[in-house]
Design a binder for this molecule. Structure first.
Ligand SMILES: CC(C)(COP(=O)(O)OP(=O)(O)OC[C@H]1O[C@@H](n2cnc3c(N)ncnc32)[C@H](O)[C@@H]1OP(=O)(O)O)[C@@H](O)C(=O)NCCC(=O)NCCS
Length: 178
């Protein structure tokens, strides 16, 4: 399994991976929706606001993760990890955690201060994320599951205070994702 920073990411290839993994896990409609989200985030690449990391086996995508910049009102450098997918037949083999660890190391090397995500604390807790209060890290949209709002400092022992409003990438800035 080869993990790399997918710098010239092909948005259609990324859409296919997310659509398939989420269709298998949560049904066809969710697959189409997350596939479209991943497509839009990756199609917007080409600046310093998006990082895509992939796991490949024999030239095929086995997993992918997308980080996009969060813009707080102060100048903390932060990225949101979302979405994350591992192809169904590769799940449960450590690919997801290896991909996320690789991505976090790469962001740290770029001087990013904070990684943020929104998901299952049991899974993301394995790669260093901890629940964070919205008073320390305001969310871009009202949260339906505040217990899934998670973050980790990358270059310091404690999370820097981020002041709101916090903006996220436009494709993610829709109430249904939060
Ligand atoms: C979630 C996902 C990315 C994990 O990737 P993976 O390569 O299967 O994960 P790893 O092998 O690194 O880690 C597996 C561990 O995480 C746990 N885990 C896997 N998916 C989980 C989920 N959705 N929620 C909570 N825990 C999960 C497993 O129980 C497993 O624990 P175990 O080793 O004690 O059995 C992958 O299963 C996936 O793409 N699922 C469908 C899409 C999805 O739900 N993505 C969003 C995640 S919030």
């Amino acid at each position: 399994m080869q993990i790399s920073h997918y710098q010239a990411a092909d948005p259609e290839r990324i859409r296919g991976l997310f659509a398939r993994a989420f269709s298998d896990a949560e049904g066809e409609a969710e697959g189409q929706s997350v596939g479209q989200l991943a497509f839009e985030l990756v199609a917007n690449q080409g600046n310093h606001d998006t990082f895509v990391f992939v796991a490949e086996q024999d030239g095929e995508l086995a997993g992918a993760i997308v980080f996009t910049r969060l813009l707080p009102a102060n100048d903390v450098s932060a990225f949101l990890l979302s979405p994350v997918a591992v192809r169904t037949d590769y799940q449960g083999k450590g690919v997801g955690q290896a991909l996320i660890r690789y991505g976090l190391d790469a962001l740290k090397a770029e001087g990013v201060e904070v990684a943020v995500t929104y998901g299952d604390p049991n899974f993301y807790g394995r790669v260093g994320f901890e629940p964070v209060s919205e008073s320390v890290l305001p969310a871009p949209q009202p949260l339906n599951f505040p217990h899934g709002w998670l973050a980790q400092p990358l270059n310091a022992g404690t999370l820097p205070l981020m002041t709101g409003p916090v903006r996220c990438a436009a494709p993610l800035d829709k109430p249904e994702y939060w």
